[in-house]
Design a protein around this ligand. Sequence first.
Ligand SMILES: *[C@@H]1O[C@H](CO)[C@@H](O)[C@H](O)[C@H]1NC(C)=O
Ligand SMILES: *[C@@H]1O[C@H](CO)[C@@H](O)[C@H](O)[C@H]1NC(C)=O
Ligand SMILES: *[C@@H]1O[C@H](CO)[C@@H](O)[C@H](O)[C@H]1NC(C)=O
Ligand SMILES: *[C@@H]1O[C@H](CO)[C@@H](O)[C@H](O)[C@H]1NC(C)=O
Ligand SMILES: *[C@@H]1O[C@H](CO)[C@@H](O)[C@H](O)[C@H]1NC(C)=O
Ligand SMILES: *[C@@H]1O[C@H](CO)[C@@H](O)[C@H](O)[C@H]1NC(C)=O
Ligand SMILES: *[C@@H]1O[C@H](CO)[C@@H](O)[C@H](O)[C@H]1NC(C)=O
Ligand SMILES: *[C@@H]1O[C@H](CO)[C@@H](O)[C@H](O)[C@H]1NC(C)=O
Ligand SMILES: *[C@@H]1O[C@H](CO)[C@@H](O)[C@H](O)[C@H]1NC(C)=O
Ligand SMILES: *[C@@H]1O[C@H](CO)[C@@H](O)[C@H](O)[C@H]1NC(C)=O
Ligand SMILES: *[C@@H]1O[C@H](CO)[C@@H](O)[C@H](O)[C@H]1NC(C)=O
Ligand SMILES: *[C@@H]1O[C@H](CO)[C@@H](O)[C@H](O)[C@H]1NC(C)=O
Length: 721
Amino acid sequence: MICFISGLCEMVHLQELNIDNNDLWGLLPPCLANLTSLKQLDISSNQIRGNISSSSLKDLPSIQVLHISNNHFQVPISLNPFFNLSNLKDFKSENNQIYVETMSYSLIPKFQLNSITLSCCGTIGTFPKFIYHQHDLLEVDLSHMNLSGEFPYWLLSNNTQLETLSLVNNSLSGTLLLPSQSHMHLESLDIPINSFHGQIPVEIGAKLPKLLYFNISRNSFDGSIPSSFGNMSFLQSLDLSNNKLAGGIPEHLAVGCFSLEKLVLSNNSLQGHIFSNNMNLTNLEVLQLDGNHFSGEIPKSLLNCSSLRVLYLTDNHLLGKIPRWIGNLSILEVIAMSNNTLEGPIPKELCQIVDLQILDLSENNIFGSFPSCFNSRIKQVHLSGNRLEGQLKDAFYINSSKLVVLDLSYNHFKGNIPSWIGKFSSLGYLILGNNHLEGELPIQLCNLTELRLLDLSQNSLYGKIPSCLDFTALHEENGDDATITSALMNTNIFLYPGSIAFRSEESIQFTTKSISYLYKGRILTFMSGIDLSCNKLFGEIPDQIGNLTAIRVLNLSHNNLTGSIPITFSNLKQIESLDLSYNDLNGKIPSNLVEIYTLSVFSVAHNNLSGKTPERINQFATFDEGSYLGNPFLCGLPLNKSCNLVESPSLTPGASTDNKEDDNDFVDMDIFYITFVVTYIVVLLVIVGILYVNPYWRRTWFYLVEKLIISCYYFVIDHLP
Ligand SMILES: *[C@@H]1O[C@H](CO)[C@@H](O)[C@H](O)[C@H]1NC(C)=O
Ligand SMILES: *[C@@H]1O[C@H](CO)[C@@H](O)[C@H](O)[C@H]1NC(C)=O
Ligand SMILES: *[C@@H]1O[C@H](CO)[C@@H](O)[C@H](O)[C@H]1NC(C)=O
Ligand SMILES: *[C@@H]1O[C@H](CO)[C@@H](O)[C@H](O)[C@H]1NC(C)=O
Ligand SMILES: *[C@@H]1O[C@H](CO)[C@@H](O)[C@H](O)[C@H]1NC(C)=O
Ligand SMILES: *[C@@H]1O[C@H](CO)[C@@H](O)[C@H](O)[C@H]1NC(C)=O
Ligand SMILES: *[C@@H]1O[C@H](CO)[C@@H](O)[C@H](O)[C@H]1NC(C)=O
Ligand SMILES: *[C@@H]1O[C@H](CO)[C@@H](O)[C@H](O)[C@H]1NC(C)=O
Ligand SMILES: *[C@@H]1O[C@H](CO)[C@@H](O)[C@H](O)[C@H]1NC(C)=O
Ligand SMILES: *[C@@H]1O[C@H](CO)[C@@H](O)[C@H](O)[C@H]1NC(C)=O
Ligand SMILES: *[C@@H]1O[C@H](CO)[C@@H](O)[C@H](O)[C@H]1NC(C)=O
Ligand SMILES: *[C@@H]1O[C@H](CO)[C@@H](O)[C@H](O)[C@H]1NC(C)=O
């Protein structure tokens, strides 16, 4: 029982009670019904529970405003218990359990609501009947309820004053039917994540002339964008993303919607040039056109958008150079233009953009060197898959301790990895694979304690793996998804959508560059690992790598590494892919590797390993011969080579042999065979040599042999039947 304020029920003249955002729990007291003057009650965001049908809320005769969001109430979708509350104007219930009654009522509610919010969760079916009887609604939010049926155009004609209609994340279908008369008050129409299809009504601009916010993202609308949008001179936010729209951006829209701050047309099939010269979207702050078929050059008319902060042009067919005038868009924070056919050098003018935080020009035809200036706010630089060249050393120098991602892979950079890399104290993702880098791994890599992903694969790096590589971000306590997510959220715009480097395909490539495993990893955001494959590294694998317990991918294949596989690798309890193939590793495979339950890719093929393969239990039962091939002294399943042959003549007592002793047995047997053959040949040669030099001994030898043959002959004759 809830007794939040003693004596509360005695305040019979109380008109307003706001006790939201507390930690109240339990049921509402029945005596609440004594508050006959109460007009406003806000009990949102507590832990109060109970079935509305039997609670005292339905007995508050004067109530006008009732907010019960974020509790544990059971709310009937019909709102039947409130039907006698003739003064109720404003009812809000988000995040309570909404249920459908089995009984159907034919009563008419006594209330005329101005504002209704019912959202979350479950499958409600069709629109609740009480809504049909309302004609004074200003604000309607029926979201996340899996409502089915068609677009409620009647709600607009019934309620001529309606300002806001939100039907987010339901199962509404059919076309977007608008009432025959223009609606002069609707400001916000928010219907993303439904199953609407067909065309956007051609006359939408005339039907909804006062619209400020229009969102139909994640439906199946097709056809073209009606140019009547251009009549909506108040429109501030237009989101038509993730539909099947075709055609171009109507010029009338680009001229007429001059209040537009956000234009989001991502992931459709739009084509043609982006804007003509007449574009007049002077208030635009966010422009997202990624995932379409736009062609032509980046339009110069963007210069009109001096407030532009976010520009996504990813995944289109844009060509031409990156314009120098882009430097005039001085408050840009995000420039994402990956996967186009842009060419030419990176203009120096980019350096004028003082607020730039994300630059993504990957997968284009950009060449030349890198501009040597960058502001200190930059967090992400993605330039992979271009034709950039020059020494990395003087290619660029970002004076930024905020840099989190540096992806320069698949370019033609050469020279050493510069030692100043150690200054990027926040660097989490260093991706320099597939270049022509050479020289040794700089010891300063060890200063990058925040590093989660190091990809230096497919270069010509030489030397030893520094034993100080010990990235604290890859220690277990920092490795779970929750910690990563919160860390990334702190870098604010880290998880920006549409970045090539953070798509799942990339992670597959990350582990499969050199070997064609079918490995579907997680998105690169959560990828943690070290890929030094396809270089010229030698020396031993440092034991310390076994400290990087949060690592998910380790690829050291195609180098000249020697020594044995560190026993500490069994600490890598989250590793999913371990590739040590094509090296010169020797010794035994540590048998405790079988304790790694997360492993789905494992290869030690083409080394010099010896001894028995790991027991075929846990994950190791799934690895086939390919994981071990090319190690002549390796035996056991799944190789077709039994270990018994070499184990049976073992001299040590079979009982308590640990790894070390097994190892020694092996070496002994090898040495035994080799010395046996060598000794045999040497003895033979010595005998022949002596016989050749000394005629007396030769004669004696032949006499002896003759005598032996004769005695053998008689021996056989005597003993045959
Ligand atoms: C409040 O209502 C209860 C019944 O729920 C009643 O017993 C009580 O007398 C009422 N108190 C006042 C002050 O009216
Ligand atoms: C709430 O109470 C009504 C009647 O008192 C009952 O029909 C309904 O099933 C209850 N709902 C839930 C979710 O308990
Ligand atoms: C509403 O009032 C009518 C008549 O006064 C009554 O019959 C009915 O039970 C009331 N409904 C509710 C839900 O209190
Ligand atoms: C949509 O609503 C369902 C509940 O009906 C919820 O589980 C789901 O998370 C919602 N999806 C989004 C994208 O909000
Ligand atoms: C939504 O409702 C439909 C039936 O209208 C049902 O098939 C579907 O599973 C429901 N979806 C969710 C997420 O509950
Ligand atoms: C609202 O529209 C529905 C469906 O057209 C209609 O049945 C109902 O009478 C209308 N209600 C009002 C109050 O106009
Ligand atoms: C449109 O709705 C989707 C889904 O709720 C949301 O993620 C997106 O941010 C909205 N677009 C705008 C421009 O607010
Ligand atoms: C461009 O927009 C401004 C308002 O921002 C308006 O005054 C002007 O007439 C528009 N120009 C054209 C060519 O429509
Ligand atoms: C690049 O963009 C095209 C469309 O322009 C798209 O089909 C393709 O999937 C994109 N590539 C990647 C790697 O996303
Ligand atoms: C790197 O770390 C070493 C000590 O481990 C320190 O002496 C050096 O100053 C650090 N360098 C940078 C650039 O932080
Ligand atoms: C890291 O590994 C080294 C050598 O294997 C060991 O001495 C050290 O204690 C380890 N550090 C941690 C934090 O596990
Ligand atoms: C690495 O090994 C390969 C083949 O064993 C050999 O040809 C090459 O010279 C070695 N490279 C170095 C740097 O030792």
